[in-house]
Design a protein around this ligand. Sequence first.
Ligand SMILES: CC(C)(COP(=O)(O)OP(=O)(O)OC[C@H]1O[C@@H](n2cnc3c(N)ncnc32)[C@H](O)[C@@H]1OP(=O)(O)O)[C@@H](O)C(=O)NCCC(=O)NCCS
Length: 185
Amino acid sequence: MDLVLSRYRGLEAKEVFNDLVDVYSVVYDVPPYIGDPFFSVESFASRLDGAMEMAGFETVTARVAGGLVGLLHGVTLPADRAWWQSMGDSRPADVVAAAEAGQVFWLRELMVLPSMTSRGIGKRLHDEAVSGRQEPWTVLTCIWDNEPARSAYPRWGYEVFGPRIKHAPESPDYDAMVRAPAQTG
Ligand SMILES: CC(C)(COP(=O)(O)OP(=O)(O)OC[C@H]1O[C@@H](n2cnc3c(N)ncnc32)[C@H](O)[C@@H]1OP(=O)(O)O)[C@@H](O)C(=O)NCCC(=O)NCCS
C-alpha cells in the first residue's frame, strides 16, 4: 500500500477542508453516531472550522492512490478549555503545568475510512502527528467504549486520568488520556 502522509498547519488546512469533511461523513455514518446531532457532519464541519483558527492547529492526512483515506487533527491545548478545566485536581500536576506553558498537544480527532481500517493507517497518522509536534505531552479524550480506538491508545503510550467527562450535556462519556514525553511508538 502506497500511503502518503501530509501535514497542514493552521489555515493551510482550508485547502483540504471539504475532503476532511467528506471522510468524516463516511466514517461517522454508522451506529451509534448516525442520526445523533452531536456527531452530524455539520457539527464536525463547524468544530473543524473553529479548530483551524486555534493556536497550533494541525491536520495530518493519509492518502492512498491520491484519495484521502484518513485524517487526524489537533491543537495546542488551551489551558482554559472547559473540559480540561472541569477535570480540576484529578489532572496530573505536571500535565497542568505543561498546559499552562503551552506544552500539551490536544489530539482532537483521528479517523480512517472503514474500507481502509486495520492496515496500520491510524497508528501511522498518530505517530506522524505526535512526532512532529513541539509539545512533548499529548492529551486526548476517547468515548469510553469506542473500540478499537479505546484499547489502542494505552498500547500507544497513553494513560487514563481523572473521571469520565462530557464535551456537552448531550455527548457520550469520554475517558481522558495523557501520553507523557519521550514515549516511543
Ligand atoms: C480508530 C481508527 C482511527 C483506527 O484506524 P486504523 O487505520 O484501523 O488503525 P490501525 O490499523 O493503526 O489500528 C489501530 C489499532 O487498533 C487495532 N485494530 C484495528 N482494527 C481492529 C479491529 N477491527 N479489531 C480489533 N483491533 C483492531 C490494531 O491492532 C491497532 O493496534 P496496535 O496499534 O496496538 O497494533 C478507526 O477505527 C476509526 O476511524 N474509527 C472510527 C473513528 C474513531 O473512533 N476515531 C477515534 C476517536 S478517539
